[in-house]
Design a protein around this ligand. Structure first.
Ligand code: NAP
Length: 540
């Protein structure tokens, strides 16, 4: 009967264990990151592998991405022979278990066996495959000296990790790999607790896939995962949510994450494209702060709060749509957050209490203060949402005369009443001069209509400040420049609010120039990529 080989039941277990590379030996060779290599042809796969081994000595060959995996083995054998420092995993996951290999279990096994003879150090066998094999078939793989990873992938949830572990253990693999899907931030906590509980019982690899699984990819190692997987390049991910090796090394500094690393993050929804992790991790690295900053996709505030409590998370940048809702969970806020009714910065004290600050206000007020006196300045704020509230309360606080113009007049009236500001009608715009016009609406952002909130003839000011920062040069900014009006871009606000957050969390001055540099560079790269994507084909 098919079924798991119970401990001790398998034939000649001693020989079997001796024939496989010892996990201690393998652990002494590998780093924390295994780079997954894909390719649709053997030549492409080898090209990527040769590039990857220049900087990485631990590689997974996803043989299942090839139409005929066996054809790649001679070249891989040659590479492994020439580069003896490289440790390699052979994976040929079938379609039924989430891979790309369309062959049978017998064909998968044949490929893995030949991979083992070609010099692969580890072979990855899915639990479902192992469970379908006859007794002793797995030993054939080990007979060629490869260590065995038994892996399990759940592409929908994170549940029953202990049950899966129990199913894997009887095969006595050298490594146990359990990969689930995070549907909540708290699923990462479930994975990390599992790793902590079982790390002494086996050599474990534990990861949550998905956009919400990033925490497990960065913090899983300190919970007990022996290594984690990375994509060779963006766009070459072998699992949802996988991060590129460069980003894991350089942005998240995964090699330095340890038990003392403080954890911070930006929480909101959507959050995948936020530039805050790049900016804040750059600042932590530059100032040698042992901290890491993650993008936390939070669809429910309670989920976020569970994560903050359990990891624990030391501080949060809060963004849309949570800036108001978070207030009721804070022990105390600064007076401005209270007035504005929104908080974008949270600090968790040692006793677990949460304190709120609003650095958006300073990030709007200070760039303006640097350029003109705000007392009695006549300022028009376009919009009446969260950012507009920060602008209106902050500027009133500095003695400015503030006018509000919003698409929905009732919201403008309400804000004007609360902040003792005035509302403004659009038909008065062309004949009115302001010291500053501030755009606090998303108009001008990539993909948002209308592209410009104002017509050129309506821009009559000494200074224009567009809070939108992607793109850097919004249509409003461009129109103002064309009229010879000085501008402040949203990037300045973005970096400023982040810099103040850094100071609140670390007590150190923020490396603002470096933060600005990486954000501007990333935005320019994005703009260039968008331009390339819309370029018509040349036809050649
Ligand atoms: P919000 O709370 O959703 O408020 C959006 C405001 O813009 C509302 O008053 C809304 O008017 C108005 N609006 C939305 N779409 C519009 C359109 N197509 N045309 C005209 N008005 C429109 O958003 P928020 O948090 O205040 O953020 C607003 C923008 O500020 C963001 O999109 C972002 O670009 C920018 N921002 C930048 C930074 C930074 O660091 N640089 C920080 C925060 C925000 P209704 O009342 O009629 O809906």
């Amino acid at each position: 009967m098919k079924g798991p080989q119970k401990v001790g039941e398998a034939p000649a277990p001693r020989e079997r264990i001796l024939s496989a590379l010892s996990p201690h030996f393998i652990r002494s060779r590998i780093g924390k990151l295994c780079v997954a290599i894909i390719g649709s042809t053997p030549a492409e796969m080898m090209e990527k592998a040769v590039e990857a081994v220049r900087e990485n000595t631990f590689i997974e060959f996803r043989l299942d991405y090839l139409a005929n995996p066996l054809t790649a083995l001679p070249k891989i054998k040659q590479l492994l022979g020439e580069r003896s420092e490289v440790t390699a995993i052979a994976t040929c996951r079938r379609v039924a278990t989430g891979g790309k290999f369309k062959g049978t279990i017998a064909a998968e096994l044949e490929i893995l066996e030949k991979a083992a003879t070609a010099g692969f150090h580890l072979v990855d066998v899915e639990l479902q495959t192992a469970e379908a094999l006859k007794q002793g078939q797995l030993d054939k793989l080990r007979a060629h000296g490869a260590a065995l990873i038994i892996s399990y992938h759940d592409f929908t949830t994170t549940k029953d990790l202990d049950g899966i572990f129990e199913r894997i253990l009887p095969y006595e693999p050298e490594f146990v790999k359990i990969v689930s899907t995070a549907k909540t931030l708290a699923d990462n906590v479930t994975m990390m607790r599992f790793l902590e509980r079982t790390r002494d019982m086996a050599n474990l690899i534990g990861i949550c896939m998905g956009d919400q699984g990033i925490i497990s990819r960065v913090l899983g190692l300190r919970a007990g995962s022996i290594f984690t997987f990375a994509a060779a390049h963006p766009g070459e991910e072998t699992g949802p949510g996988q991060i590129s090796v460069r980003t894991l090394r350089e942005t998240y500094r995964i090699d330095q994450v340890d038990a003392a690393t403080r954890v911070y993050g930006v929480a909101g929804n959507p959050i995948k494209h936020s530039l805050s992790p790049l900016m804040m991790n750059t600042a932590f690295r530059r100032e040698t702060v042992n901290a890491v900053f993650l993008a936390l996709q939070a669809t429910k505030l309670n989920d976020l709060l569970t994560l903050v409590r359990e990891v624990p998370v030391n501080g949060l940048a809060i963004t849309m749509p949570l800036k108001e809702e978070i207030l009721q969970h804070l022990e105390k806020t600064d007076p401005l957050s209270e007035k504005v009714g929104a908080c974008n910065t949270v600090v968790r004290s040692q006793d677990g209490k949460l304190y709120g600050f609003n650095t958006d206000v300073a990030a709007i007020v200070r760039p303006l203060e640097r350029r003109l006196p705000l007392k009695d300045a006549k300022i028009l704020v376009l919009g009446a949402g969260g950012a507009a509230r920060a602008a209106v309360f902050g500027l009133k606080d500095k003695g400015a005369e503030v006018f509000i113009l919003n698409r929905t007049p009732e919201t403008a009236q309400k804000l004007a009443r609360q902040a003792k500001a005035k509302t403004f009608r659009r038909d008065q715009l062309a004949k009115t001069n302001f010291d500053v016009i501030i755009n606090a609406t998303p108009a001008g952002m990539h993909g948002v209509k209308p592209a410009s909130i104002l017509d050129a003839k309506e821009i009559n000011a000494r200074l224009v400040f567009d809070l939108v920062y992607n793109p850097i040069d919004t249509p409003l900014i461009r129109m103002a420049r064309e009229k010879g009006i000085p501008v402040v871009t949203g990037v300045e606000m973005f970096v400023h609010q982040g810099a103040r957050q850094f100071e609140i969390w670390t007590g150190k001055p923020a490396p603002e120039d470096d933060m600005l540099r990486v954000v501007v560079h990333a935005l320019r790269q994005q703009a260039e990529a968008a331009k390339q994507a819309t370029k018509p084909e040349s036809g050649h």
